[in-house]
Design a protein around this ligand. Structure first.
Ligand code: CA
Length: 316
């Protein structure tokens, strides 16, 4: 069964990482809800994609003068009580324009930042009320950077997860991180037994000092398989578009990962931002699910992916 991972919630419809976006994704039948986890000044863990606040909140207007020298407002420089007063908006680019213009109108509605613990309570409550078993999919954001800022975010996060019952491989959770050394630490030093996902980026992104070129090789994947259960590659790393016959062709990474015993959960499937070479969202989802046979996918549109999978199951 392919896992539908609601990327930042149903973020195609509501501002990313807000509780309404999570509740919507839950109701749309996502298998997992994603949390990106960042630490505040008072060591609370909040659910936000960036270590900065300025692309998704009104922090610059509410707390002028609190930016660092680079002009950015850092989550780590604010107490959770201050962050709770901020209004969350649909994601904006550096010019203040919406990144996805067709989505929820920016600067409208009343949305707030919440803690990881609050989101885990929401999911547990919904699972109880519906009899479901929707999982969570938290990402440890920038662990090396957080350590420089005085907090071991990984230890803090695994503590919160354990306090909410997420401790073993049978629990409905995957923990993800771009930093390979940190996932080795989670498994072998912190003794955390939940399923782990190594995110695979490009070395040029500067996300961590992990060598992603190496991780994509047969020996890199074999090494990963000693600590983690899955890889989360960028969709573009799994295929080549525009080959002679016009069809996408596998890069071989999915097959190599499967041979190493790893699940493959690529990111990100967006109806309003298709990967190169695909004419429609349906075509893109079908290629990855049927031709490449990935094991799960991150999507901003969990309802659309769920519908396409249901249609396939019904033979439509
Ligand atoms: Ca993420």
């Amino acid at each position: 069964m392919l896992a539908v991972i609601a990327h930042r919630g149903a973020s195609g419809y509501l501002p990313e990482h807000t509780l309404p976006a999570k509740a919507m994704a839950y109701a749309m039948g996502a298998d997992f809800l994603e949390q990106d986890v960042v630490a505040t000044r008072d060591d609370e863990l909040v659910v936000l994609h960036d270590i900065h606040l300025d692309r998704v909140t009104d922090v610059a207007a509410r707390y002028p003068g609190r930016a660092r020298a680079d002009g950015r407002y850092y989550v780590r420089d604010f107490d959770v009580a201050e962050i709770r007063t901020l209004s969350v908006t649909e994601r904006l680019d550096e010019d203040g324009q919406p990144v996805y213009p067709g989505r929820f109108p920016p600067h409208s509605g009343r949305f707030a930042v919440h803690t990881l613990a609050e989101e885990l309570v929401l999911v547990a409550g919904l699972n109880r009320a519906t009899g479901g078993n929707t999982g969570v999919y938290p990402e440890i954001k920038r662990p090396a950077w957080h350590l420089e800022q005085g907090i071991d975010i990984t230890a803090a996060m695994t503590e919160v997860l354990a306090a909410h019952g997420y401790t073993g491989p049978e629990d409905a959770i995957f923990v993800q991180c771009f930093d390979a050394g940190e996932l080795v630490r989670v498994r072998h030093e912190l003794g955390c037994q939940v399923r782990l996902v190594q995110l695979i980026g490009e070395n040029s992104w500067g996300e961590s000092d992990t060598d992603y070129e190496y991780l994509r090789t047969e020996s890199g994947l074999a090494e990963l398989a000693r600590s983690v259960d899955a890889i989360g590659p960028w969709v573009n790393q799994l295929y080549t578009a525009g080959t002679a016959d016009g069809l996408p062709r596998s890069s071989g990474l999915t097959e190599r990962a499967h041979n190493a015993g790893l699940l493959v959960h690529p990111y990100t499937f967006r109806r309003d931002d298709l990967a190169p070479g695909f004419g429609s969202f349906e075509e893109m989802v079908r290629y990855f699910c049927v031709d490449l046979a990935v094991d799960g996918l991150f999507t901003d549109f969990p309802d659309r992916v769920r519908q396409l999978l249901n249609d396939r199951a019904d033979g439509r």
